[in-house]
Design a protein around this ligand. Sequence first.
Ligand code: M6R
Length: 611
Amino acid sequence: MCGITACVTAAADRGDDGDVVDVLLGGLRNLEYRGYDSAGVATTAGDGVTVVKREGGIDELAEAVGVVEPTGRAGVGHTRWSTHGAPTDANAHPHTDCANRVAVVHNGIIENYQSLREELAADGHSFTSETDTEVVPHLVAEALADGATPDGALRAAADRLEGSFALAMVVRGHDAVYAARQGSPLVVGVADGRRFLASDVPSFLQHTRDVVYLEDGDVVRATGDGHEVTDRSGRPVDRPVESVDWQAEDAERDGFDHYMLKEIHEQPAALERAVNGRVSADGDVHLEDFPPGSFADVSDVQFVACGTSYHASLYARQLLAERGVPAQVFSAGEYATTPAPVDEDTLVVAVTQSGETADTLQSVRRAAADGARTLAVTNVVGSTAARECDDALFIRAGPEIGVAATKTFSSQVAALSLLVERLTGDVTGTAGEHRDDLLRALDRLPSDVQQILDQSGPAGLADRFRDREGHFFIGRGVGFPVALEGALKFKEITYEHAEGFAAGELKHGPLALVTPDTPVFAVFTGRHDEKTLHNVEEVQSRGAEVVGIASEASADVAATVDEFLPIPDTHPAAAGVLANVQLQLVSYHVADLLGRSIDKPRNLAKSVTVE
Ligand code: M6R
């Protein structure tokens, strides 16, 4: 949802030219998953600010940069996911004031931009874009004209804005970058003689792993020699430098055709990390911040999440239900406006890969304001969710660049399975009769996933499913969220129609859509498979071809379905993760055959930081 990046160097003192343009382009490439409809950079050198921006992706921008050849030791960059105004050159960021003295990039939404724009226009400012962002450089210019310093001017501008923003700017004549944060993510990267600013750490991961996570209300002035963080009134605030344990290579494609395929193949390692050290040899769950008894007071569990994280939450709810612990799952977009009642014994679990999804953050803020205890289950240490919730459980999947969530779903389910164990033990006072089997299955998940990846099953099927009227995914128990997730992945990257249903629900309406031209993917987990087989027969008798994803030992399923994608035989609670890997591969190969933009599907962005 827009990525911003910035870099400033102290190279003059070190004897090289310290030009930041290549660093900015590299930083933008690493952030392209956040938005990819237009992009731009601005640098300041001597008495000028040079802006280059283009509709399209970073390749188009790099081409334009090659022609204009901007230089500078301080610069900002942006890759856009449009909210206000079409993806055109004019609407691309950075935006400048009338005198081209200030260039600003922005992630977020400025809600009161119309009234500010009218006010500024009445004062003689002219605008060249339809964006909400463009008011910012004009507000900054006004404050500079009144004698403010650049950081003071940014503070003054930020005070006028309503909505959410991460802003970064350069100002003519200053070898510095300035930034402000309110409601949208922004981190500082700290390296010798250089400072970086970005929406997300992968932007500068090849340069440094030392980061400063900014808080709402923070304003930064960074030079090559250091950075100062102040609050909106200009008082210094202390933000520690932390070291992230992600490696630069984690955010690279590593010889795979797409990040998505790489991330599908990273699942064994990611699952290993999710579970590693969290289950002891004697079969006990050790969740670092959650010793036994941590959830003893919990009387009500509510999950809030979006998209794939919503499906992982449904999976966790099913696991809890099987253990006799009721829980509810809410789409965060709904919960944010229509929250469920909570009290201090309610545990609200925000499941969010990025930790920055606006709807999810809004939901936990509402719940916290009403007295609930909040827990973030997230991939990103230092994310807003991790910092704002009372507690955080990290899924340890490593950076995920493909817009389609793959390894993070598996890691979410693994981490949530352990959380379920802890919750069940605390809430019911019993470990549950099949706990040991489940923990053993979790331990085996990495090798079971590897076994699937070593086969080439779905690749050979892709051609059969490319030009169909629709694609249905069905499952029950944990197979139901997997069916939803399979359909989401399929539609997201193939752009073909796909829907997921609870297997038993088909006959209550969706069956009317089933024809010989609507293949059905049926997920079997080893629990109530005979019922799902009835549902398969129902669709087969309407002429639909069925792809069954089930244990390699399921002779009944293999004999009934038209195509069989086997998974290693395991505990039903873990089988869903394995079936999901097969479905990820189906979607990937169909999308690849159709020539889709797999890592950056149209209209989507990785991190949805607007409501
Ligand atoms: O970062 P989050 O987990 O909060 O993101 C939630 C959804 O936007 C995300 O899962 C989205 O549905 C994925 N692109 C699906 O592949």
